[in-house]
Ligand binder design. Structure first.
Ligand code: ASP
Length: 582
């Protein structure tokens, strides 16, 4: 027998029990007369004790010969600890050791395998299997497992049907690049790995499986960022015979259920915000509404006072930072530097301090009188002690810039608390998005998203103004998921393809299967997909999804542990009829 208990389960109530434990040696402390060994497994850590004079001499000798990460099986008696450790679940007890059997030795690990490690990122990625022994990572995977179980429970309870869709498919246009897989049996032809199961789940609706879901891997060959992985997991869902409200209510229910069961938090009903308002008041389609600081537009108050920059700007817009009137020159310079960073790209920042004595001090005092600034303050609903921060320029750009500044101020003022969760729905996204480079419209969500019926007449004249039945779930400024009500009518789908610049032949070649399916009784349907890795990270209070994936890729899309991607042999290339041209 390898163990009677795990390393995480013994408590003071177990005192006196004879136990067998197996695990890894995390640490050995040898204080001459006393030796302590921390034994670790997936469930926790238990302290083992040896005492010179009392414990068996050969056992003491065996303990002294142990190294970090040796795998051992030990036998002993549970005793009460003299100095208890309230931070450990097993901190009240230790094991009075009677025997040690080394099951396997270990090289000295390249970094310390404890809660706080000395290993750098790259090293820990290379030895991911060692990093995964650390409790913080183990807890992350535990959270992931819990969330996937609860997700399945909820969806199962709502009569959703988990159905697997293929990984070797044909490319689906969802904006990103496809990963492709050469086909050995079909010379010169390629599969694509799915960016999402979008068309398959729609076909399942045509097939009559009216509530589908899948925890599914998706693949996108995009430039990587901290919160992106080339392969990631989605909670992918589709429903038939529904309207937008049915989908929002079902998945709002799921989010609230997950917060309740996994974090024991009651989340109030989710607010719904129109895309246009999200942009106008937060400069972002994923606003962090844990705090206010809504945008205030000032054009009508700033015009014709001799300040050319504001006079010429399409939009003058600002935020009110409560209680920041005391900011020093240096602090204000820092904020100006922040908005001038190339990634943000503002030219400058105008500030107005609303002093405690009711007077104003601003960086544009030359142009605006105290009375003028008072009208700004009224519009901001600013109070003495507050600081108004104003940007100007082209409307779209300046909104993005101010959105960054708003988040920065939120951080500085401690308003973005990791233990507060503020989910919302952003609805009524535009159907189409103008692509300046390609000089044409793209589907903002994907080509299967339906326009709002009342906006269809604008398709020819003002395509940019057509709204879609599309929605995003946003939590704390992070886009957790999105979906839409789909087009289920072949003619409308063809019209959509036409507006997206597909010829009839191209549409038929790429999506003939879907258009055909729509000829055989497609029900009204719609769905959503939530980024599972992001959701788990958010629940874990982190924004690094990598820490919640067992074997992630690094920032250049490499798995440094297995050293992939890598070259393949010339035999393999020949078989695939591929040639590497450098
Ligand atoms: N397939 C979409 C995506 O991956 C989600 C959806 O429309 O259901 O973003």
């Amino acid at each position: 027998m390898h163990r009677t208990h795990t390393c995480g389960e013994l408590r003071i109530e177990d005192e006196g029990k004879q136990v067998i434990l197996s695990g890894w040696v995390q640490r050995i402390r040898d204080k001459g007369g006393l030796i302590w060994v921390d034994l670790r497994d997936r469930y926790g850590i238990t302290q083992l004790l040896l005492e010179e004079g009392r414990s068996n001499a050969p056992v003491i000798e065996a303990a002294r010969a142990l190294g970090r990460e040796f795998v051992v099986k030990v036998n002993g008696k549970v005793i009460e600890r003299l100095s208890k450790n309230p931070n450990m679940p097993t901190g009240d007890i230790e094991i009075d050791l009677e025997s040690i059997e080394v099951l396997n030795k270990s090289k000295t690990p390249p970094f310390t395998i404890e809660d706080n490690t000395d290993g750098g990122d790259e090293l820990r990625m290379k030895y991911r299997y060692l990093d995964l022994r650390r409790q913080p990572l183990r807890r992350n995977l535990e959270l992931r497992n819990r969330l996937s179980i609860e997700t399945r429970k909820y969806l199962d309870g709502e009569k959703f049907f988990e159905i697997e869709t293929p990984y070797l498919i044909k490319s689906t246009p969802e904006g990103a690049r496809d990963f492709v897989v050469p086909s050995r049996m079909n010379e010169g032809q390629f599969y694509a790995l799915p960016q999402s199961p979008q068309t398959f789940k729609q076909l399942l609706m045509v097939a009559g499986y009216d509530r589908y879901y899948q925890l599914v891997k998706c693949f996108r060959d995009e430039d990587l960022r901290a919160d992106r992985q080339p392969e990631f997991t989605q909670i992918d869902c589709e429903m038939a015979f529904v309207e937008q409200d049915d989908i929002l209510n079902t998945f709002e229910g799921m989010i609230r259920y997950l917060f309740k069961t996994v974090k024991n938090m009651d989340i109030p009903k989710l607010p719904r915000m129109e895309y246009a308002d999200a942009m106008k008041y937060y400069g972002s389609d994923k606003p962090d509404i844990r705090f206010g600081m809504k945008f205030v537009e000032l054009n009508d108050l700033t015009k014709n006072k001799g300040f050319k920059i504001f006079d010429e700007a399409e939009l003058v817009v600002g935020i009110n930072a409560v209680g920041c009137a005391g900011y020093s020159r240096k602090q204000l310079d820092k904020l100006t530097d922040f908005v001038r960073k190339p990634q943000i790209g503002a030219k400058g920042l105008v500030y107005v301090k609303f002093n405690e004595d009711g007077s104003f001090k601003s960086s544009v005092d030359k142009f605006y009188s105290q009375e003028d600034l008072k009208t700004w303050a009224d519009k901001f609903n600013s109070k003495p002690g507050d600081l108004m921060l104003v940007l100007s320029g082209e409307a779209d750009k300046v909104r993005k810039q101010l959105s960054e500044l708003r988040l920065e101020m939120g951080n500085r003022l401690g308003l973005r608390k990791p233990d507060v969760f503020a989910p919302l729905w952003v609805v009524d996204f535009p159907l189409l998005e103008w692509d300046e480079e390609g000089k044409r419209y793209h589907a903002m969500h994907h080509p299967f998203t339906s326009p709002k019926p009342e906006d269809i007449h604008l398709l020819d004249t003002k395509p940019g103004e057509v709204r879609a039945n599309a929605y995003d779930l946003v939590i704390n400024g992070v886009e957790i998921g999105g979906g839409s009500i789909r087009i289920h009518n072949g003619d409308l789908q063809k019209l959509m393809f036409k507006h997206l610049g597909f010829s009839e032949e191209e549409a038929q070649e790429q999506f003939g299967f879907l258009l055909n399916a729509f000829e055989y009784g497609a029900p009204p349907h719609g769905g959503i997909a939530l980024g599972f890795d992001r959701l788990v990270a958010l629940f874990g209070g982190s924004d690094s999804i990598r820490d919640y994936i067992a074997f992630p890729k690094n920032n250049s899309g490499r798995d440094v542990m297995i050293d992939s991607p890598s070259a393949i042999s010339s035999e393999q290339l020949d078989e695939l009829m591929l040639k590497v041209v450098k």
